[in-house]
Design a protein around this ligand. Structure first.
Ligand code: GRF
Length: 215
């Protein structure tokens, strides 16, 4: 059983998916702390409702990114967390922080990385005319939305999709693959080799592959 901290900035639907997964006694991780850089967000309520300790570390109270990241680091160490899940956390973490937690930070991004890093992913996928998009859970390295990929799920783009319908379909998949990825990492089944994640026990993983249902 590993203690995990979840970092959020907003609504926290991915946090909720992780909370729900952790209610299963056999799940190999437990959420020890939820940190938000924004006060008053719904994600904090979700954590409180689940009885999980919360902390607001407001980046506006710090004079530099490094000072904010140092405070985060301190809170994370204090919580005894061995892994960090970024779940809709809208701050860039500096390289020093990321290197302190090398291969221990997971992020979820609403595109099939390395395509469409950054913001407005669904608008850009539609604009580019790609036929599939999706979501990615990856280990975080100091580059934005970059790092070894743990799991992805693909979503087909229909001609009548707009950014909202697409975001909703992608979000549904996010809620499935984030707990799966955390499970793999928490069970020690992932090994980072260069820029790739090797997953031990391929049969186990093939059961988790997500195929979007034809509509
Ligand atoms: C999700 O698409 C997540 O991937 C992105 O922010 C969106 C909202 O996430 N980074 P949540 O509902 O706060 O988990």
């Amino acid at each position: 059983m590993i203690d995990v901290a979840v970092l959020i900035s907003g609504g926290g639907t991915n946090l909720q998916a992780l909370i729900d997964a952790c209610t299963d006694e056999t799940f190999p991780a437990r959420i020890a702390l939820v940190i938000s850089n924004n006060p008053g967000v719904k994600g904090l309520e979700r954590a409180k409702k689940a009885g999980i300790p919360t902390k607001v570390i407001n980046h506006r109270d710090f004079s530099s990114r490094e000072a904010f990241d140092d405070k985060l680091h301190e809170a994370l160490v204090e919580s005894g967390s061995g892994l960090i899940c970024l779940a809709g956390f809208m701050r860039i973490l500096d390289a020093r922080f990321v290197n302190r937690w090398k291969n221990k930070i997971l992020n979820i991004h609403p595109s099939l990385l390395p395509s469409f890093k950054g913001l407005h992913t669904q608008e850009r996928a539609l604009e580019a005319g790609v036929r599939f998009t999706g979501c990615t859970v990856h280990f975080v390295n100091p580059e934005l939305d970059d790092g070894p990929i743990i799991i992805q799920a693909a979503v087909a783009i229909n001609p009548d999709d707009d950014a909202d319908t697409l975001a909703a379909k992608v979000l549904t998949q996010e809620h499935i693959i984030y707990p799966q990825a955390l499970k793999l990492v928490a069970e020690g089944r992932t090994m980072v080799e260069g820029s790739r994640v090797i997953i031990r026990d391929a049969d186990y993983v093939s059961q988790m592959v997500i195929n979007p249902k034809p509509e």
